[in-house]
Design a protein around this ligand. Structure first.
Ligand SMILES: Cc1cc2nc3c(=O)[nH]c(=O)nc-3n(C[C@H](O)[C@H](O)[C@H](O)COP(=O)(O)OP(=O)(O)OC[C@H]3O[C@@H](n4cnc5c(N)ncnc54)[C@H](O)[C@@H]3O)c2cc1C
Length: 488
């Protein structure tokens, strides 16, 4: 079994240079996932100079670890949005997701992007009686939509009390889609990989984005980086929480043309994928980032779920996380003058990433978008109880990282030690080399937990990830952790 996403297998990527000098542009896009490249796609024909920078390799972040479903049946999101807001708001949200699906289809067909786009019915379903109400409620809210039908069961044998089926939805290969976009835009847009923005300053009417190997002077910036690395002006960590889940891909006899997700707190999400083998992809073991730190246990549970219900042949296992907002709507739009953001997709970033590209390009080029108010990142918080819950959970996670130094699941090759009042994380590799790092994340000073699935030190509050020598792999941290390495 491979500890990597099925979408990262057998992929040939173009190589892009690392920034090595100071440059200037009109628009700087930070982040090379579905959001960044959707923005690049919709802006590609503008006469302005556009630059996209990615801290790692492109198409390697959350996008490459998703399930690649393009649907507007998104668990119980529609009912939750209706409960907080009103009919206009939930209907507009559904419209935005449907528009994203149409845009994806149009882009793929017009540009002949080979990303395994497949028309499949998508379902939401309840696997207990109580949650059947959510299905009925969602059906009522979507009753004017002729593509949606109430059903008793799913196309496969699994516990299902009620289901809702939509017949105008798709699945695709998310990495091939983003790489397809990069091939289209690369003639018109300068792309830099392994170029991490560590700081943004404002100077007169310009922004200066600092990277370790050159600065970028830009008239405007689009933050398409999943989790922003700065705290001001948005106070992002205080407005959001992070949900992490585990994904398994296993071989099956045949694929089925449907995708499904339940509406229970414990997620079960299913889709199929046909490449040189037939796969089922199953998502389970969801939870807040801090509750999901025993990665091996969660991985074992996810594998066990798949083995006992679907297939014994497991080929891939990986995890992914996404940013949850208190009112279940994403943050897409202008954060302050000429600074745009797109994030907070509540685990539905394939559709929201694409619509973000459209909305932001419309705001930049036409100064308006029909979704401007719906997604406004500066909107007033409408769900204060959720904000309080997020902050309590985030606060608890922070305190927990300070208290729980040596986790119960740590094996002999990993431990946290205290020397002169300072905590260090120790990892001993198979050659008995000792890798010792300061056990604190530079982002918001949370202590780090060891992740045996990836052999990394992870921040259980905000998701930063470091290798065993403290080098940053994934943000929001923009710095490495302090290194103290000894060899025995
Ligand atoms: C289990 C799971 C399954 C999911 N399945 C689906 C699905 O089926 N359908 C769906 O619609 N959504 C799904 N999602 C949600 C989806 O994965 C995300 O919402 C989406 O991928 C976010 O895309 P992005 O482009 O914003 O982020 P990313 O793909 O993470 O791209 C952001 C990029 O920014 C880069 N970056 C970060 N900081 C910096 C910096 N300082 N400088 C330069 N670059 C930087 C990162 O390296 C990264 O490559 C799922 C989520 C989870 C958790």
């Amino acid at each position: 079994m491979k500890n990597k996403s099925i979408w990262q297998e057998n992929i040939v990527k173009s190589k892009f240079p690392t920034l090595s000098v100071n440059i200037e542009c009109d628009t700087l896009i930070i982040g090379g996932g579905i959001t960044g490249f959707s923005c690049a796609y919709f802006l590609r024909n503008s006469k302005e100079k556009i630059v996209l920078v990615e801290s790692n390799k492109i198409a390697n972040g959350a996008t490459s670890k998703s399930t690649g479903k393009l649907t507007y049946l998104q668990e119980d999101l529609i009912t939750k949005i209706k409960d907080i807001y009103d009919d206009d708001t939930y209907l507009k949200y559904v419209e935005s997701q449907k528009e994203a699906i149409s845009l994806a289809k149009k882009i793929i067909l017009e540009n002949k992007i080979r990303c395994d786009l497949e028309s499949v019915n998508s379902y939401i379903f309840s696997d207990n009686l109580i949650k059947s109400n959510v299905i009925k409620k969602t059906y009522k809210l979507l009753k004017n939509n002729s593509s949606v039908k109430l059903k008793r069961k799913l196309p496969i044998k699994t516990v299902c009390h009620k289901a809702l089926e939509a017949n105008d939805t798709f699945v695709f290969h998310p990495v091939k889609f983003v790489l397809g976009l990069s091939e289209i835009v690369k003639e018109k847009i300068d792309i830099y990989e392994r170029t991490r923005v560590t700081k943004i300053d404002k100077q007169d009417n310009y922004f200066i984005a600092h990277t370790p190997s050159g600065n970028i002077k830009a008239k405007r910036i689009i933050l398409a980086l999943h989790y922003p690395f700065f705290i001001n002006p948005f106070f992002f960590p205080f407005k959001t929480s992070i949900e992490k889940s585990f994904l398994v891909a296993g071989e099956v006899n045949r694929t089925r043309p449907f995708s499904a997700i339940n509406v229970n707190k414990k997620v079960t999400s299913i889709r199929y994928y046909k490449s040189y083998k037939n796969y089922i992809i199953l998502v389970s073991e969801n939870g807040s980032l801090n509750s999901n730190i025993d990665n091996i246990k969660k991985q074992d549970n996810a594998i066990w779920n798949t083995r006992s219900n679907f297939t014994p042949e497991i080929d891939y296992c990986w995890s992914n996380y996404d940013i949850m907002t208190s009112d279940h709507l994403p943050f897409i739009g202008e954060l302050e003058e000429n600074l745009y953001i797109a994030t907070g997709y509540n685990t539905w970033g394939m559709t929201n990433g694409i619509i973000a590209g459209k909305v932001i390009s419309d705001l930049i080029q036409n100064h308006d978008s029909i979704y401007k108010d719906l997604f406004n990142p500066r909107r007033d918080e409408k769900n204060i109880p959720n904000i309080i819950k997020f902050n309590l959970m985030n606060g608890l996670s922070f305190v927990n990282t300070k208290l729980n130094k040596n986790r119960l699941f740590y094996r002999k090759n990993v431990k946290i030690i205290k020397e002169n009042g300072i905590y260090y994380g120790i990892y001993i590799d198979e050659n008995k080399n000792v890798h010792k790092v300061y056990n604190q994340c530079p982002h918001m000073k949370c202590n780090l937990s060891f992740n045996y699935q990836t052999n990394t030190w992870d921040c259980p509050c905000h998701g930063s990830r470091f290798d065993i020598d403290g080098n940053i792999i994934y943000g929001p941290s923009v710095e490495n952790i302090k290194i103290k390495k000894e060899v025995k």
